[in-house]
Structure formats: C-alpha cells, structure tokens
Design a protein around this ligand. Structure first.
Ligand SMILES: Nc1ncnc2c1ncn2[C@@H]1O[C@H](COP(=O)(O)OP(=O)(O)OP(=O)(O)O)[C@@H](O)[C@H]1O
Length: 328
C-alpha cells in the first residue's frame, strides 16, 4: 500500500498491511497559524518511525494529536482492530504511551510513586501495578533510586523516569517527543538501549527529533516533516535514493598524463569535482559505479594513489527536498 495522505514524495511500502496505527489527514491550526496542514503516517509493530523535521515543523502537534491530548481540526488516527479515539477513547489511550517533550513528573513524590500514579490512571489492578512498576523502573535503570524524589535526579534520570511512567500500562505504541533533549550521553545511550529492547519486544515507536543522527541510528522508517506537511517518508535507503547521488567516491590521484583532456576523461562521470589531487565523484550506487569510474581513469593513464568514500546524510535529503538546512 501507499502511506496515506501525503502531499510530498510518496514511496510505495511493499506489503505494508500490518499497521498498528494509521494517521490520516491530520490538521491543526492555532488561530491563524496552521501548525499541521496535513500529516499522514503509518506504523507497524516492532518498528521505530522517526518523525524528523526542524523546530516548528509540527512534530509535537502531530504527536499530541496521535496521543489524544490535542484535538485535530481534521483527520483521524486508527489503531489495529479499528479502535479510534472517537469510538473508544479509554480503549485507545490504554494502547498508547506518551513521553512528552517537557518532562512531566511530580518532583516531590518518590520515583516509584510517580510511576504508580500513572499506572493507577490506567486502572491497573494493585498486583499488576506493583509488578509493572518494578519492571519499568528496572528497565530504565532506576530500581535503586525508586525511593528518591525526581527533584534530586539529573536531567537524564528524569527523562528515564518519564519513559517508565509512559510504559507502566504496557502500551503497544510509544510516542517519544524529543526524549533526549537535555540528556547526558550516558543516559542517552541507556534510552537508546531501552528503545531497541522495546522494538525487539514488538512495540511500535514514533520518535520525534530534529537530530538526524538519532533518526539514522534508531529509525526503521523516517517521515520528514516541514512546515506542517510530510515532505517524504520511507526507509533510509528509499530516502537516500531521492538524492541524485547518495555516495561519493573520493579518488586521490598521484599523477596524470601531461596531455590529458580532463573533459573527455571525466565525460560520463556525473558530478565530478576536483580539488588539488583529489577527485570527488558522485555516484548513485558505489558497488555498481566504482569500477567504471576507476576504469575510465586508468584507461586515460591517470594514476590512482588512494580511494575513499563518503555517504549522504539525512541532512542532504532534507536539503534536496526543501532547499533549506534541517538545522537552524
Ligand atoms: N499551543 C499552541 N499555541 C499556538 N501555537 C502553537 C501551539 N503549539 C504549537 N504551536 C505552533 O505550531 C507550530 C508547530 O509547533 P510544534 O511544537 O508542533 O513543532 P515541532 O516540530 O515539535 O518543533 P520543536 O522541534 O521546536 O518542538 C509552531 O509554529 C508553533 O509555534
């Protein structure tokens, strides 16, 4: 099937028919300002969908609408089995966990009590509540700090506690809105380990970020949003394929025939730039094109001294699609 309601590039998703969540045509305006024009996305069990976009792109508003905290002006979200907010609000919310951008904790209640409060909101029975509270605190590495108050925690520990709160009711779908903001590298790695574990356990995750490195590391598929619209969506390989050249072959040349006609030598090699003794040749597929590039050079008597490669980043995809840099 195709991902729903996209104005931007639509990449066919082969065999994509086992979604746990499908959002279609989401729209939200605040007064005259349209935060989200039209956003659609689909999510499967056991995958991380990266929602990538610059500040103000509409990521938090989209996540808010999916979580049920923000009421959309148009569009809807459906979970597997046809459950929607309109049809069964409590049933829908039980299947979703939200880690909001702004940490939401009771600073003066012990960590354990924070988690238990969230669990009680979902109506967990006392024995289940105790077991799940222990489990999620252990998962985020806070068992030994369970009796301490978040007021005494570092930023990274608070984030991890917030994640525990979002997971206590064992939701199928976890929404994470920039969960590494203000987090030290150690906690960041711990959070990534947790998310990878959740993925292996078959949970479906939406991860919003404006850090392309995080999206590249974690996401199985990425939806790029800009100015409230989806500009492209697909696997990283599919997104890189939107670029004229996803890889660069860097050729260091030792010598060249005096009479070489570089125009002729480089003819047919798209996107070649020369800087001193280095040629950067843009190629769509390194494995396929590298041999031809080297053959063309050696055929003309160019001595090759070294080879290197560089690959495109998601930043390049964003630039290609929007004409602007992802970062401010
Ligand atoms: N409650 C609100 N009232 C008015 N405008 C809002 C509100 N929430 C968001 N907006 C506006 O909607 C647009 C999208 O904001 P949103 O927070 O969804 O973007 P974002 O992609 O999550 O950005 P960031 O990465 O900075 O969190 C912005 O222009 C923002 O100012």
């Amino acid at each position: 099937m195709r991902l729903p309601s996209m104005r931007g590039i639509e990449i066919p998703e082969d065999g994509m028919n086992d979604e746990v969540l499908v959002a279609t045509g989401l729209r939200k305006a605040y007064g005259d300002r349209v935060a989200v024009h039209e956003v659609g996305l689909a999510l499967r069990a056991g995958e991380v969908l990266g929602l990538l976009g610059p500040n103000g792109a509409g990521k938090s508003t989209t996540v808010g609408m999916i979580s049920g905290l923000t009421v959309p002006d148009a569009g809807h979200v459906t979970l597997a089995g046809g459950v929607s907010l309109a049809a069964d609000e409590a049933g829908y919310k039980r299947r979703i966990g939200l880690v909001p951008q702004d940490i939401a904790l009771y600073e003066d209640l012990p960590a354990r009590m924070n988690v238990a409060l969230f669990g009680a909101l979902y109506g967990l029975a006392p024995d289940v509540l105790k077991r799940r509270t222990d489990e999620v605190l252990a998962m985020v590495g806070l068992s030994d700090r369970a009796a301490d108050k978040p007021a005494t925690f570092s930023g990274g520990m608070k984030r991890r506690l917030n994640i525990a709160c979002a997971l206590v009711h064992d939701p199928e779908v976890l929404l994470l809105d920039e969960p590494t903001a203000g987090v030290d590298p150690q906690s960041r790695n711990a959070i990534f380990d947790n998310l990878e574990m959740l993925k292996r356990a078959g949970k479906a995750l939406i991860y919003t970020t404006h850090y392309m490195e995080e999206a590249e590391r974690l996401a199985d598929r990425i939806t790029i949003v800009d100015r409230g619209r989806v500009v492209a969506s697909g696997t990283q390989a599919q997104l890189f394929a939107l670029l004229p050249a996803a890889q660069v072959l860097q050729v260091e040349i030792a010598g060249e025939p005096a009479d070489i006609d570089w125009t002729a030598a480089l003819q047919g090699l798209p996107g070649v730039t020369r800087t001193g003794q280095r040629l950067d040749v843009a190629v769509a597929d390194l494995g396929r094109d590298a041999g031809a590039v080297l053959a063309a050079l050696t055929e003309r008597g160019v001595q090759v001294r070294g080879l290197g490669t560089a690959r495109a980043m998601l930043e390049d995809v964003f630039l290609q699609l929007t004409g602007r840099a992802l970062r401010d």
